[in-house]
Design a protein around this ligand. Structure first.
Ligand code: BES
Ligand code: ZN
Length: 850
């Protein structure tokens, strides 16, 4: 369906812009329903362009008047913009347009959120503000004047003149329109400052509604840490006099890196110990860092076109991962990233929505801000670094910034700096950007007379539109252990480039135990025949923290699959090995908490499907529950001891050490409650002085079916805190028994505070429903129907969020005929709806097409 959609845009059709922009001047006369935008844009012919077709994007604009070099003109209004006969010489185009921010529910362009004006322009939202060449390869300095009686008026760059009812801003750094931002409203600032490495003073401000001023301190610290880290790690300094961040309640995404004026979903920046969990604090630190890091990877060096999205997003995610590792724990961060990659990216790569990290076509670019572009994009950067080494990586990045500062570039440009800086040919490596699908790496071993040989064979299954897969360059980090547990061969990176390749290790005294894909050195699925004894051995002895964790995970997965497929009981050997590992006081509590997390239901469903069987969501749910019961039963003493001895005392701090202890005690609490009931959780709920402890206890009680009183108390306590109420909505659906999940979600949609036009609130309920795998896939089809009903309701208002959430259905082909028929029915019902958005119709079309 995608292939034949007339709205499809192709990478191969890229042509340079006919005109470039030397300068932009914008005046905003803000009014809720009739904002006037006056523009003056200095154009000049692009010597690189073949045509002189003068076209400006524009959507939903009321054109009041237009002038070319001061003379009134009447442009031809066409689908998606305007056309005009323009000279083959520099000229100024001016226009006045009217827009209606109050009725902008799509949250793209200029809109209103809780009474303030704000913007979201990436990827193609600037065209909803004024007529402009809205493409990232057109970069220009912007001067902005805002006229409004709102007390705070902000835009990109440095502040200029301001007075009664107006403020001016100038951004000297040429930027694409997608980085434009404007904010106006009744806001207060949490202020600080930062001195850059060359000694320049930068004023830092975090702007919020007055009621939220107490939730800014952590975000501000995160910003300063990010600024210092980018100087120390990448030599990158901030380049304006001010850095503003604004928190808004209605936002489709997490946050946006507009030059000098980042705009954040309030959930991605506001935090206090009472209202935010450890996980929220960590996420906030990472998102602040991510958006700040875009100042160089995205803003100073930007993308030539939207097919190159991974150029900024993959690299910036990689940078924020490095940052979090440095601030917290590299081992734990790697595990968390691998869990996310497997749960979300492998899921995408193995279904109808699979696409290359650099796609070749799209209908709606907003649908390509995917886990593949982001997380697999980041993995590719990590592999490059592993292949060229730390020094080579730094040299390449220095060259990248030096050569491409102020430019809009491509993945080819990116790879070229690595080739030139390191002398390495990356021709084959580039396949990671072009070829979709998750490679499988099969392992065979051979041992004879002191010589150990590993034979690795790779294959990538077909994905939509790509059936013939070529071998990839796969860095496989390997270490070898002696049977006594000592490491005989420390980590070395094998480069698998052929379809099949052997690697020999000589001079070994005894047959070693291999530890393969250490640190999750490549985003692949490892296929290895391993006994449970070997896995338990690696769980006990591996020196690589990732593979130590992985061994436990493999044991759990194998045990669960045997329970589901063969009706086996829980594997006592696994539970004992797990018990020894979590009781090992030499290990980081955060790491031990990860050991206690079982593979997710969706991951197990994928594994069963791949083995040629049909996953039964109920059976998967029940097997996990049974294993959790068995762990609680057999490890009761160990878990109770962990719970008691790792409690954090003293005032709450979100730092990694305390957070790790809370993660461990709460993992223990949740297991213990299965065999010992809710008393511990009730006590913890009562005594909690922070949201991490409070919500963990509440979740346990709700899961036990004993949480009614606490749910009510929680609601009374937090009714006026939107972000906390999102947790309250989500938890009830997420912790619901499978057969009850859809009903509870339905009931919550009738709650007076279910403000469905707010993306956070909508996602709280329906994201939780989709995440309750057995509940969503309940055989009645009630979950499918409810989600489809609400997606159809949201689509006319907010296509972006709707389209994103259709992904709940993307695994439908795995399931039995009954579920398949039900989901197909819902997808067709959505697809056939009159006036469906381009966003949603592309997504649903792709899911039906495969
Ligand atoms: N540039 C994006 C925000 C964005 C995404 C704008 C899609 C328009 C469409 C921003 O840098 C980003 O990637 N934000 C992430 C969080 C980040 C930590 C991965 C987000 O919003 O989820
Ligand atoms: Zn980003």
């Amino acid at each position: 369906m995608t292939q034949h959609d007339p709205r499809t845009v192709y990478l191969k059709d890229y042509t340079p812009p006919a005109y470039l922009v030397d300068e932009v001047r914008l005046t905003f006369r803000l009014a809720p329903h009739a904002t006037r935008v006056l523009s003056e844009i200095r154009f000049r012919p692009n010597p690189e362009a073949a045509s002189r077709d003068f076209f400006l994007h524009g959507e939903g604009l009321k054109l009041i008047s237009a002038q070319l070099d001061g003379a009134k003109v009447e442009p031809e209004l066409v689908e998606g913009g305007l056309r005009l006969d323009a000279p083959d010489a520099p000229f100024t185009f001016a226009a006045e347009v009217e827009i209606d921010p109050e009725n902008n529910t799509a949250l793209e362009g200029l809109y209103r959120s809780s009474g303030m004006y704000c913007t979201q322009c990436e990827a193609e939202g600037f065209r909803k503000i004024t007529y402009y060449p809205d493409r990232p390869d057109v970069m220009a300095p912007f001067h902005v004047r805002i006229e409004s009686d709102a007390p705070v008026l902000l835009s990109n760059g440095n502040p200029g003149e301001r007075g009664e009812g107006f403020a001016e801003w100038s951004d000297p750094w040429p930027k694409p329109a997608y980085l434009f931002a404007l904010v106006a409203g009744d806001l207060v600032a949490h202020s600080d400052s930062f001195t850059t490495m060359s000694g320049r003073e930068v004023a830092l401000k975090l702007w919020v509604r007055e009621a939220d001023i107490g939730k800014c301190a952590f975000g501000m610290e995160a910003l300063k840490k990010s600024m210092r880290w980018d100087e120390e790690t990448y030599g990158r300094e901030y380049d304006l006099d001010v850095f503003n961040i604004v928190a808004v309640d209605d936002f489709n995404m997490g946050a946006m890196e507009n030059k000098g004026l980042n705009i954040f979903n309030s959930s991605a920046v506001l935090a206090s110990p009472e209202t935010a969990t450890d996980a929220d604090f960590e996420r906030i630190e990472a998102i602040i860092a991510h958006e700040y890091f875009h100042n160089w990877t995205g803003n100073r060096v930007t993308c030539r076109d939207w097919f190159q999205l991974c150029l900024k997003e993959g690299l910036t995610v990689f940078r924020d991962q490095q940052f979090t590792g440095d601030m917290r724990s590299h081992a734990v961060k790697r595990i968390d990233d691998a869990m996310l990659l497997r749960a979300a990216q492998f899921r995408e790569d193995n279904g109808p929505l699979a696409h290359p990290v650099r796609p070749e076509s799209f209908v709606e670019i907003n649908n390509f801000y995917t886990v593949t572009v982001y997380e697999k994009g980041a993995e590719i950067v990590g592999m490059l670094k592993r292949l060229v080494g730390d020094e080579g990586y730094r040299k390449a990045l220095d060259l990248y910034f030096e050569r491409h500062d102020g430019q809009a570039v491509t993945i080819e440009d990116w790879l070229k700096v690595f080739e030139e800086a390191t002398g390495r040919d990356l021709g084959q490596f580039a396949r990671w950007y072009h070829q979709a699908g998750t490679p499988r790496v099969h392992v065979a071993e051979d041992w004879s007379e002191g010589r150990y040989t590993l034979t690795l064979r790779q294959e990538t299954p077909p994905t939509p539109g790509q059936s013939d897969k070529q071998p990839m360059v796969i860095p496989v980090a390997v270490g070898l252990l002696n049977p006594n547990g000592d490491e005989v061969v420390p980590t070395r990176v094998l480069e698998l480039t052929e379809k099949e390749q052997s690697f020999a290790f000589e001079g070994l005294a005894a047959r070693p135990v291999p530890s393969i894909l250490r640190g999750f050195s490549a985003p692949v699925i490892l296929r290895q025949v391993q006994t449970d004894e070997t896995r338990a051995f690696l769980l006990a002895h591996d020196t690589d923290p990732f593979n130590k964790w992985e061994a436990g995970r493999d044991l759990a997965r194998a045990g669960l699959l045997a329970m589901i497929e063969k009706g086996d009981g829980p594997d006592a050997g696994y539970i004992d090995a797990l018990g020894r590992a979590v009781a090992d006081e030499s290990l980081d509590p955060a790491f031990r908490a990860r050991l206690l997390a079982l593979p997710g239901e969706d991951e197990l469903a994928q594994a069963i499907f791949e083995a040629g069987q049909t996953p039964d969501p109920t059976a998967i749910f029940e097997a996990r529950e049974a294993l959790r019961h068995a762990i609680a039963d057999r490890l009761g003493d160990v878990l109770a001891r962990l719970y008691d001895t790792h409690q954090v005392t003293g005032p709450y701090s979100p730092e990694a050490g305390d957070a790790g202890r809370r993660a461990l005690t709460n993992a223990a609490l949740s297991l213990l409650s299965l065999t010992q009931g809710g008393d511990r959780a009730r006590a913890q709920y009562r005594e909690a002085d922070n949201m991490t402890q409070q919500i963990a206890a509440l979740g346990v009680l709700v899961k036990l079916g004993e949480g009614a009183a606490e749910l009510k108390a929680f609601e009374d306590q937090w009714r006026h805190e939107r972000l906390v109420m999102n947790k309250w909505f989500g938890l009830q659906v997420g912790a619901a028994k499978p057969e009850a999940a859809a009903g509870i979600a339905e009931e919550l949609t009738r709650h007076p505070d279910f403000d469905w036009k707010n993306p956070n609130r909508f996602r709280a309920v329906f994201g939780a429903l989709a995440g309750n795998t057995a509940g969503f896939h309940d055989a009645s089809g009630a979950g499918y129907r409810l989600l489809a009903d609400w997606l159809l309701k949201l689509d006319p208002l907010n296509p972006q969020t709707t389209a994103r959430m259709t992904q709940a259905f993307s695994t439908w082909k795995r399931y039995d005929e009954g579920r398949k028929r039900l989901i197909r029915g819902e997808l067709e019902r959505i697809f056939e709806t009159q006036g469906l958005s381009r966003d949603t119709s592309e997504m649903v079309g792709r899911m039906l097409a495969d």
